[in-house]
Design a protein around this ligand. Structure first.
Ligand code: ACM
Ligand code: ZN
Length: 551
């Protein structure tokens, strides 16, 4: 029996095809998203049948080991073994001296696959690329193309945001959202945890923030200003334990979670919980149209501050004059800073009307005492004071581009959303910036001109997202280095359920992943790859916007 002439270990290291099963298998096409720096197809195919041996460096994190084993078995039905016992092998190796942002190499021959990287995160990215060489379905035998891939990211900050205030999403969906980020090699999850319509994170020192602030009495029906109110109590929040669970899940997928605590605007939920945070605790919350029955009754009974139940920008913001506001915010932020390991903390800063500050004696006194010439400077005072507090806790603040108005806090990072200008201005001032302009990055906008579900409106096609260039023109090479990357924003006024979030976010977030990872631009080729990506959406159970409806 000829096949027993070779010792088994020799068989494995020489050729899988010649040892176990010589039935030819066609290699899968190469359709990797985001596009790697260099892909060199080679002759040959790595055949994987039923099992695969994994060899990881000794001191690797147990979560990477667990992830690799779990994905290969759950998604592809492969049993995994250690060392070199199975017919096909996947080897991971850490190597010093590689250059670029999280570089990795993936080499597949007809004998084995090898991922080499400078750090664990690179090994993880290499593994994601490896997975994309599988078909998007379980098979008895897989044929992976022989290939040499060299890769690294263009930008360090590759983010996706999720607003959990307008609508709340449970842990299962947050984890799925993070999984999808990982498949696309995103690096940051921006978790928008507080806003007018609900406070979503437990703060132990201030239980009313969630007992009261996490629930609204109803929600406006339909597109703003709406056709009525559903009069249904709505809400939810994450406990510290749940936040820790999300953080551990994200860390095991090399995703950094950046919490956002909105200030000084978008504060209605906090004010409903603690009315003295407002300039005018005695003035009822204004809901101009379609107020719920519950809120009417609550206000009639004397509890005049309510969590917002319609969408927009509201005048009732944190009072910048009272010391007690800063004491409250510092206590809140101290808990948040302690909970989240990220060095970044997003403090909001957008859409803060100055109407109350103009009329508030305490705010006006604060301005006079500090020589502030207008309310924009008062906002700058507010943000700078919060920045100082957070810098002492080892955190760098990120804020929406309004934090430029009235003077930028000394170490702040600007998240440019009202176009590119905020990012450009920040970079010129040698401040870091993250690009999330409404022109290209707002994934709550329609993706076709004929959208038939209720959305916030607007129109940003897949192609428009794909063609985005995050570094604004007219920056010098030195200034361009201050552009850390970009992010897609997902505001959820009109996304009541996870399936609607997925419908709005994908496939555009897939295009964005390529914008932020790769320097290449080839929309035609990207669309070809999308045929495979839609099959992957199926594998991942993602309710992506249907390909046939994209125009
Ligand atoms: C924003 O969209 N208000 C940052
Ligand atoms: Zn005030």
């Amino acid at each position: 029996m000829k096949r027993f002439l070779f010792p088994l270990s020799f068989c494995i290291s020489i050729s899988i095809l010649s040892c176990s099963d010589s039935t030819p298998v066609t290699p899968e096409p190469i359709n990797i998203i985001p596009e790697p720096v260099s892909v060199q197809a080679q002759e040959g195919v790595l055949k994987i049948k039923k099992s695969i041996s994994i060899s990881l460096p000794e001191d690797i994190s147990s979560h990477l080991n667990a992830y690799v084993n779990e994905v290969l078995s759950k998604s592809y039905g492969l049993s995994t073994t250690k060392g070199s016992t199975a017919s096909a092998q996947l080897q991971f190796e850490l190597k010093e001296g590689m250059t670029g942002i999280t570089p990795y190499e993936l080499v597949i021959s007809d004998q084995a696959a090898k991922i080499i990287a400078g750090e664990e995160k690179g090994l993880f990215y290499g593994f994601q690329t490896f997975l994309q060489l599988f078909p998007a379905e379980k098979r008895d035998v897989y044929g992976l193309p022989a290939v040499n891939i060299q890769d690294h990211a263009q930008f360090e900050y590759r983010g996706l945001h999720l607003d959990v205030s307008r609508h709340f999403f449970g842990l299962d969906f947050i984890k799925k959202y993070i999984d999808l980020l990982a498949y696309h090699k995103f690096s940051k999850f921006h978790w928008h945890l507080t806003d007018d319509q609900g406070w979503r994170i437990e703060i132990k020192k201030y239980p009313e923030l969630t007992d009261t602030g996490a629930y609204r009495n109803g929600t406006v029906i339909g597109r703003y200003p709406g056709t009525g109110n559903d009069n249904t109590r709505y809400g939810g929040y994450y406990t510290h334990e749940q936040v820790k669970e999300v953080l551990a899940y994200a860390a095991s997928r090399y995703i950094e979670v950046i919490p956002e605590i909105e200030l000084p605007g978008h504060a209605s939920a906090a004010i409903a919980a603690y009315p003295e945070l407002s300039c005018f605790p005695q003035q009822p919350t204004v809901i101009e149209q379609n107020m719920s029955e519950g809120s009417r009754q609550q206000q009639a009974a004397g509890r005049i501050k309510v969590v917002q139940e319609t969408w927009g920008v509201f005048d009732d913001v944190f009072c910048a004059g009272k010391e007690s506001t800063f004491e409250f915010l510092e206590n809140v932020l101290a808990e948040v800073a302690e909970l989240f390991p990220s060095k970044y903390l997003h403090i909001g800063g957008d859409e803060c009307p100055k109407t109350h500050w103009k009329k508030c004696a305490a705010c006006q006194k604060r301005m006079k005492e500090n020589g502030l010439k207008d309310e924009h400077e008062l906002q700058s005072y507010f943000v700078t004071r919060i920045e100082k507090f957070l810098n002492q806790k080892g955190k760098t603040i990120i804020g929406w581009d309004e934090i430029l108005e009235g003077g930028l806090a000394p170490n702040a990072i600007v998240m440019s959303w009202r176009g590119q200008e905020g990012g450009r201005a920040a970079a010129r001032m040698q401040h870091f910036a993250i690009m999330t302009p409404t022109s290209h990055s707002y994934l709550d906008y329609n993706q076709t001109e004929k959208e038939d579900s209720v959305t916030i409106g607007g129109f940003i096609s897949l192609e428009k997202v794909y063609n985005y260039i995050p570094v604004p023109d007219s920056l010098s090479e030195a200034q361009a280095k201050f552009i850390m990357g970009g992010q897609g924003n997902v505001w959820t006024e009109y996304m009541h359920y996870p399936s609607k979030v997925e419908y709005m976010v994908y496939p555009r977030a897939t295009a964005l992943s390529e914008v932020l990872w790769s320097t290449k631009k080839d929309y035609k080729r990207f669309l070809e790859k999308m045929n495979t990506q839609y099959k992957r959406y199926g594998l991942w159970s993602v309710n992506a916007f249907p390909a046939q409806k994209l125009n």
